[in-house]
Unconditional design. Structure first.
Length: 544
């Protein structure tokens, strides 16, 4: 019998500035070495001949085109924020350098001269971890050169990476993965764009940005290795912003003043015992006619807050299921309220486990009522069946195990059941980046098939679910959006236009801003059953 031929590995040429690299480059190489489809075959070092004049600093260690005095003042920011990072268990080594030659002892590092590379055994794909990316060697690899852009490719182009989004207190910080396949080409071929929530100081924001963008770069490389092809690029639009650079002295002073004020405000609020407190309210009308300022508050029980409301009608009454979070226990449970004309009555606790529960998504199947709450702490997606409405439930089935997923929604469309859920792809404790879709023949199926387009929307402004509205045969997904250093700032409604085994298309309908009641700072959930509309919102205060 003839042995099967082994699948050839994707041979990667890695371009770096020196043998001392960031932890993100180091981890990227480690992941390549543990993948049977990948091989780091070339280690290419930048040389004076291959370096163009610098555009701007992409990270604190990069050369800058700014004046010396601006660089000196900017170094003050880096020095101060290094001290902040030392207290962060995950990102304390963000600026540390690692010797990459320790991972690649059998590979000779060569200087990045055209002749050196041309005369060598060429790689299949070049990955650029250098700054700025070389523009004249992409053709030595048949699949071209891929670079990470640590900013969006429109507004905050260039660098310092992650700074300007904090300076302007933007809700999100973007990144892109670009491909260059033709020497001296000015065209942008963007393979992926993503947006993460902006953190409250520069180096922490940069650490989040580098960690998450490097994860998605590796996923793209994995896909190329599996298929042998580079994915189709995303569409380009005109760029109308000048690339940014090191901040001026004035901008640095303003940034430091803002950082000191924000840090002091955080400390003061902590001393006072203040935090953002979530509340639930309802209106007796359908969602299209809801005037949210007229919503009726459901009072939080002492020592608790409530969020993630879902409403369902049963036997002529309206019931609101909520996440009921116990501040002392640091854990949520699912509670139920009966909605009256002018207020709500506590019916009891529907579901409580020895782990956190939230997002009590309800659905019907074969004449029975089921609940799919958020159970990410158990690393499962579970379905509970109602035995006696509304307070008696039993675990019916765990439909997916070993998954960190939140805010899961199940519904039937065109004869098939669909699951929309939000996963934490890098074990970061971040479920706001990705929307993933699965399908099955029934909600109790053992075989949930991932959609080939997963993940959808690597975007902290729209990926995470915040409710669902069904209007006849039309489905509207509620998406929540992060704010600057803030979870759950606002929601948006998207109508699901197309959903099948090949495609998922949704179109924006409208936004719900936290402006419908005095003193509120956020809203991240909306649901309606056609007669009642429920919503949550947060204000800053001391927990009772």
């Amino acid at each position: 019998m003839t042995a099967e031929r082994a699948t050839p590995k994707l041979r990667i040429g890695l371009i770096v500035d020196s043998l001392l690299v960031s932890k993100y480059t180091f981890e990227f190489v480690k992941r390549c070495l543990s993948n049977e489809r990948l091989e780091v075959s070339h280690l290419l070092l930048r040389s004076a001949k291959s370096v163009r004049p610098p555009r701007a600093a992409a990270d604190p260690a990069s050369p800058s085109a700014g004046p010396i005095i601006s660089n000196l003042f900017f170094a003050i920011i880096i020095g101060i924020e290094k001290l902040f990072l030392l207290r962060n268990d995950r990102h304390f080594d963000h600026l540390k350098k690692f010797d990459i030659s320790a991972l690649l002892p059998g590979i000779k590092a060569i200087q990045l001269h055209d002749d050196d590379v041309v005369n060598s055994d060429r790689p299949d794909l070049l990955i650029n971890y250098s700054t700025p990316p070389p523009h004249d060697i992409s053709t030595i690899a048949k699949l071209g050169l891929i670079s990470l852009l640590h900013s969006d490719d429109y507004t905050y182009r260039a660098g310092p990476a992650g700074f300007w989004e904090v300076y302007f207190r933007r809700d999100v910080t973007a990144f892109a993965v670009e491909r260059q396949s033709h020497a001296f080409s000015n065209s942008r071929e963007v393979l992926l764009r993503g947006r993460i929530g902006t953190q409250f100081y520069y180096l922490l924001n940069q650490a989040f940005l580098f960690e998450r963008s490097s994860h998605y770069l590796f996923k793209i490389v994995e896909t190329i290795a599996a298929s042998g092809n580079v994915q189709a690029p995303e569409p380009n639009w005109p760029v109308c912003h000048i690339p940014r650079s090191i901040p001026t002295v004035r901008q640095t002073i303003l940034y430091l003043g803002g950082l000191i004020w924000l840090s002091a405000a955080k400390l003061f609020e902590k001393i006072r015992g203040y935090n953002y407190i979530w509340n639930v309210a309802f209106l007796r009308c359908d969602w299209r006619n809801a005037v949210l300022r007229n919503s009726i508050l459901i009072e939080n029980p002492p020592g608790h807050y409530m969020a993630d409301p879902f409403v369902v009608a049963k036997d002529g009454r309206e019931f609101c299921f909520v996440e009921d979070y116990d501040n002392a226990a640091k854990r949520g449970r699912i509670s139920v309220f009966v909605l009256g004309r002018n207020g709500a009555t506590f019916a009891g606790v529907a579901l409580e486990e020895d782990f956190h529960l939230s997002y009590p998504y309800l659905f019907s199947y074969q004449g029975e009522t089921f609940m799919c709450p958020e159970t990410s702490e158990a690393r499962e997606i579970r379905i509970y069946r109602c035995l006696d409405f509304p307070l008696q439930w039993k675990l019916e089935k765990t439909i997916i195990k070993n998954i960190s997923a939140v805010d899961t929604m199940l519904f039937e469309k065109d004869g098939k059941w669909w699951m929309l859920t939000n996963t934490d792809p890098g074990q970061w404790g971040d479920h706001s980046l990705e929307l993933r879709i699965f399908s099955a023949q029934s909600p109790l199926s053992d075989e949930w098939i991932p959609h080939p387009g997963n993940p959808f929307f690597i975007d902290a402004t729209r990926a995470r679910n915040g409710g669902m509205v069904t209007d006849g045969d039309r489905f509207f997904r509620v998406a929540q959006s992060l704010g600057f250093d803030f979870y759950g700032k606002r929601t948006s409604l998207y109508e699901i236009i197309e959903l099948d085994d090949e495609n998922y298309v949704e179109t924006h309908v409208f936004d719900v801003a936290p402006a419908f009641k005095a003193g509120i700072a956020a809203t991240h959930h909306l649901h309606s059953n056609g007669n009642i509309t429920v919503i949550d919102f947060a204000h800053n205060g001391r927990a009772s």
